[in-house]
Write a protein that binds this ligand. Sequence first.
Ligand code: IPE
Ligand code: IPE
Ligand code: MG
Length: 240
Amino acid sequence: MSSDSTNRPIEHIAIIMDGNGRWAKKRALPRNMGHKKGAEVVKEICKAVEKAGIKYLTLYAFSTENWKRSKEEVSALMDLLRQYLASDLKELQEKGVRIRFIGERQMLDADIVESMNKLEAETLQNQKMTLCIALSYGSRQEIVSAAQKVSELVKRGDIAPKDIDENLFSAMLYTHDMPDPDILIRTSGEQRISNYLLWQLAYTEFFFTETLWPDFSEKELIKIIEDYQKRERRYGAIKA
Ligand code: IPE
Ligand code: IPE
Ligand code: MG
């Protein structure tokens, strides 16, 4: 693969939107207010990504591990999600954005799953860009369920074990119809992956910023895109 370092096209940005709680705490506000502000930033960043001509944006909104948070916080997050599905995501739908979700749907309430399915079906043909929201998502679980699907194919005799390759395995992941991310951004200063897109991030460039998610802006996104253009991706090869 070539590693031309000028103006490489970016197809996909993935973000771990972290720091909502700390943003609220700094202002002596309840954590939910941080989530609320964070949800507003989602819309701004989605528009900025579209404006930059990038086709895929994947946002980590709620992890499988986040179910361990207090009942109050989880239910506040779910209510915020309900509102978001009905308002902001509707607006993005009207702007021609395709919306899809990755994660364990069976953990979510039925009315939420219904709205998610509806948005996905209604935006399937939208071409402008794809906004992918990771909800109740855990990458190890995603990989385990891909392994289960592959095992079923072998058991049915559709394929032999030697037919299992990276392409086949990728096709079994939630992200099967998306390119791997070029850029991963994590806000709030934490430098870990927290069970996000473990397979898909194999050769992604990582950017960690101290900014808390509710303070993240288009300006900072553009700066990261510019920094990315300066990096050299080698994919294991040596620069010619
Ligand atoms: C990210 O912000 C949003 C979710 C995980 C739902 P946090 O809620 O993790 O905020 P901090 O890390 O406590 O500041
Ligand atoms: C990762 O953030 C998940 C989301 C941003 C949705 P967390 O705040 O849950 O991750 P940890 O607990 O710091 O690893
Ligand atoms: Mg956090």
